[in-house]
Ligand binder design. Structure first.
Ligand SMILES: NC(=O)c1ccc[n+]([C@@H]2O[C@H](COP(=O)([O-])OP(=O)(O)OC[C@H]3O[C@@H](n4cnc5c(N)ncnc54)[C@H](OP(=O)(O)O)[C@@H]3O)[C@@H](O)[C@H]2O)c1
Length: 288
């Protein structure tokens, strides 16, 4: 097991705002230790006004690559040299790879979300309906994932309707066999749409610290036992949203499996090494 940092150690890391509770440094450094790889994963807390300089710093400091997290997944794109096809379509980047000074953006959230549904939710989206709460960078990846899987209908509810409309405009031509509907978060039809849905996802940041008692769905009567309820938040492990869903006997998943699976894909892009997903997930569950 390699423990020391030396002159050949390659730096990877995460850029975000309020990342004190991020589990990504733990996940990546555990993989590095377990497999004796000469990498080190560091947290970079960056204010929005410094985002451009921080991205340039990746080149200047010869950092191998970084994850990009809340709230910069969309904002970071304009600072990159290249953006991989699906990340460009999604309009959100969560991984940057530095290849000899060329910064390329990827989106591994899509594969992370899909894998977590397949392996942990045992959920197959074809012919089913989904309700997504939120329309930020993470929501875009979630919606893209389930459309790629061939879901029949996606309803997006967001506080800022324009952002939900933008998803509908950007994605509908790529997925002509599926329907995308958008509504404001407070819209009355939310009740009916949840009633018909099989999958309900919280892709808003409501429930994240410090306001952990916030929820995008204050009316707990809307949860039902036929729902698979997914919260992208993993800290706290059980948000109010998930606790209320559980009480209504819905099946629940938090954001940890997605975080682990997207992290493994990012790790592979930087190092060429891909650890076994379930093994990493079990290891992280044991130590958190
Ligand atoms: N588990 C994972 O691997 C994973 C991966 C990615 C993201 N996430 C989590 O997903 C969440 C969203 O991340 P993101 O990158 O998409 O962030 P983002 O781009 O900033 O989007 C935030 C979303 O939350 C909504 N929102 C924020 N405050 C709100 C409020 N007071 N009332 C109603 N809606 C509100 C925003 O609505 P407006 O559009 O109206 O502002 C937007 O839809 C975060 O909690 C993040 O940690 C988890």
């Amino acid at each position: 097991m390699k423990k020391e940092i030396n002159g050949k150690t390659k730096i990877i890391g995460i850029i975000g705002k309020n990342i004190e509770n991020s589990l990504s440094p733990l996940i990546h450094n555990q993989i590095i230790l377990k497999h004796s790889l000469n990498f080190c994963y560091l947290p970079f807390q960056v204010a929005e006004t410094n985002l451009g300089k921080a991205i340039q710093g990746i080149k200047a400091l010869n950092i191998r690559g970084v994850n990009i997290t809340f709230p910069y997944k969309e904002k970071v794109i304009k600072f990159l040299d290249e953006v991989e096809e699906s990340a460009r379509r999604i309009g959100a980047v969560n991984t940057i790879v530095n290849n000899k000074g060329i910064l390329t953006g990827y989106n591994t959230d899509v594969i992370g979300f899909k894998k977590s549904l397949q392996e942990d939710g045992k959920f197959f989206t074809k012919k089913k309906k989904a309700v997504i709460l939120g329309a930020g960078g993470a929501a875009r990846a979630v919606v893209y994932s389930i459309l790629e899987e061939g879901i029949k209908e996606v309803c997006i509810f967001n506080r800022t309707l324009e952002k939900a409309k933008k998803i509908e405009q950007d994605f509908s031509s790529f997925f002509p066999g599926s329907s995308i509907y958008v509504f404001p978060l407070e819209e009355e039809c939310l009740k009916d749409k949840i009633e018909e849905a099989y999958l309900l996802v919280n892709a808003t940041s409501l429930g994240m610290p410090p306001k952990i008692d916030n929820t995008p769905l204050p009316d707990k009567r809307l949860f039902h036992p036929n729902l698979l309820v997914y919260d992208l938040i993993y800290h706290p492990a059980r948000t109010l949203f998930l606790r209320q869903a559980e009480r209504a006997e819905a099946k629940i998943i938090n954001g940890l499996p997605m975080l682990v699976y997207q992290g493994i894909e990012s790790f592979y892009l930087w190092t060429g090494f891909k650890p076994e997903g379930k093994e990493v997930l079990e290891m992280i569950k044991r130590i958190t």
